[in-house]
Design a protein around this ligand. Structure first.
Ligand code: HEC
Ligand code: HEC
Ligand code: HEC
Ligand code: HEC
Ligand code: HEC
Ligand code: HEC
Length: 316
């Protein structure tokens, strides 16, 4: 029985992967016709294996059946963090994305060829997020309705009006993330996000989204925090997108007001393999537990080793 379900799942997955080709959302995600067959790629009406009538036991394993290491339904391998056009029949991104290119979101198990040192845990086991709801920075509180974090907390499998099918409502809060995207052809190794990317993160980490001038010297929520959503220019700063430092660059938001520093300028949304050593491993006064600290085994989703994210901009 289990085996039949699995075979059906794989067949349905392959079918769904080839059918969604015309959708700007990519893959089997949205753009459905009135007689679409796409639903059958992920749902069973009477004999489902998981809640929400899923053909797999959980949202996570359903996503990974196509996007995981052994997935054959999508070229974007989010487990190992790279794109490979020979993984599936999907043509999304193949014209614009180099094989083996690291994915923009990072990876859940590996990124840039190394094991990850921090990830958003999407296995349905965490319900608390830093600075959510009324919690301040450094405090964790329950997500809306006590929901557990999984892939569908951030992405809508049925497509959305946002960049990369990010949900129109995240954690109960409406979000809009502009698509400066390329439409149906896709490009999975060039950042394409526009206005609203920080608001997306803030839907779950509101206390971190502070935007006032001189924010780093304004006490709120019991601590001081780096300003977000401003242009990169300040003091002796260089443009981290074009100047870089020792080959390291940081992406800025692409929007009408170019060059904004957003959450994803410093953080990767899926997972990173950045190394935290020396003072960045716990810190002189640190216990080694986040928040406020990074450690050798918890790099806080930072894009670059230690505090290279600071140096690329400020170049002190
Ligand atoms: C790529 C896989 C996938 C496809 C294709 C898909 N779904 Fe879903 N669907 C899901 C997942 C995963 C959930 C659970 C989301 C969650 O955990 O919040 C879900 C949830 C739902 C829900 C309940 C929650 C909600 O969003 O309203 C409905 C109804 C639904 N799907 C209908 C459909 C229909 C109808 C189709 C075809 C047009 C379809 N789905 C196609 C994966 C899929
Ligand atoms: C049946 C296979 C299949 C399943 C199941 C599936 N996907 Fe996809 N997904 C694809 C394909 C194909 C693409 C197009 C890009 C590619 O080839 O990797 C895609 C693209 C995406 C994209 C990029 C969308 C864009 O705008 O470019 C996201 C995000 C995504 N999937 C998330 C999910 C999540 C979350 C789940 C689980 C709820 C899921 N997928 C389940 C096949 C699948
Ligand atoms: C915390 C929110 C969040 C969670 C949880 C999440 N994603 Fe994403 N994902 C994003 C964001 C943001 C992007 C866009 C990254 C970029 O373009 O810089 C993205 C991008 C993607 C892409 C496009 C390829 C890439 O890496 O850019 C795919 C496919 C995808 N996600 C699938 C998944 C799957 C499958 C899961 C669960 C295993 C998942 N995501 C969990 C936020 C999330
Ligand atoms: C993408 C560029 C960029 C990166 C990366 C960056 N900064 Fe900044 N930083 C700025 C800008 C712009 C300001 C000015 C903010 C304002 O207008 O109030 C600033 C301000 C500051 C200030 C002064 C705050 C105040 O209000 O007095 C400090 C201290 C600082 N940054 C430290 C850091 C540290 C530490 C890191 C690494 C975690 C970092 N920065 C990463 C761009 C950046
Ligand atoms: C300038 C780089 C930079 C930007 C921009 C940035 N962060 Fe961070 N973030 C860090 C660093 C560095 C850490 C590691 C802990 C520390 O040094 O405070 C961190 C840690 C975190 C943590 C882990 C808990 C904690 O407090 O240590 C969360 C959650 C977080 N950031 C969320 C966000 C969100 C949400 C945004 C956007 C609103 C954002 N960050 C923007 C650099 C940044
Ligand atoms: C749907 C809710 C949700 C969204 C959206 C979300 N996060 Fe998180 N985030 C969480 C939860 C829950 C945790 C704690 C569990 C964990 O560590 O995986 C977390 C943890 C973190 C951490 C600490 C990671 C560590 O090493 O423990 C950082 C940093 C972070 N998020 C940054 C971001 C950034 C940047 C974005 C936007 C790209 C974002 N988050 C979007 C729910 C969310």
């Amino acid at each position: 029985m289990k085996k039949t379900v699995l075979i059906l799942a794989v067949l349905a997955a392959l079918l769904a992967a080839t059918v969604g080709a015309a959708s700007a959302n990519g893959g089997p995600h949205g753009g459905y016709t009135p007689t679409t067959d796409a639903c059958a790629g992920c749902h069973r009406t009477h004999t489902a294996s998981g809640a929400r009538l899923l053909i797999d036991t959980s949202t996570y394993s359903l996503c990974m059946s196509c996007h995981g290491s052994a997935g054959t339904g999508a070229d974007t391998n989010v487990a190992d963090g790279f794109f490979l056009s020979t993984r599936s029949e999907s043509t999304h991104g193949t014209a614009n994305t180099a094989d083996n290119a690291p994915l923009l979101g990072g990876g859940f198990s590996y990124y840039a060829g190394a094991a990850t040192t921090s990830t958003h845990d999407v296995t349905n086991s965490v319900t608390y997020a830093w600075g959510t709801g009324t919690a301040g920075r450094g405090e964790a509180a329950l997500l809306a309705g006590g929901a557990a974090l999984n892939c569908a907390s951030c992405h809508d499998p049925h497509g959305s009006s946002n960049y990369r099918i990010l949900r129109d409502t995240v954690n109960g809060i409406p979000v809009a993330v502009a698509q400066v995207d390329e439409g149906t052809t896709k490009d999975y190794d060039t950042e394409q996000w526009g206005v609203g990317t920080s608001s997306f993160c803030a839907a779950c980490h509101d206390a971190y989204h502070q935007t006032a001038v001189g924010q780093g010297s304004i006490l709120d929520d019991g601590s001081y925090t780096h300003r977000i959503d401003m242009n990169w220019a300040y003091g002796g700063n260089v443009n981290p997108e074009t100047v870089g430092l020792s080959g390291s660059y940081l992406p800025l938001s692409q929007s009408s007001t170019l060059g904004l520093v957003v959450c994803m300028t410093c953080h990767l949304p899926h997972g990173t393999s950045a190394q935290m050593t020396g003072i960045a491993d716990g810190g002189p006064l640190g216990t080694g537990n986040i928040p406020g600290n990074t450690t050798a085994i918890d790099s806080a989703l930072l894009r670059l080793d230690n505090r290279a994210v600071c140096e690329v901009c400020h170049q002190k």
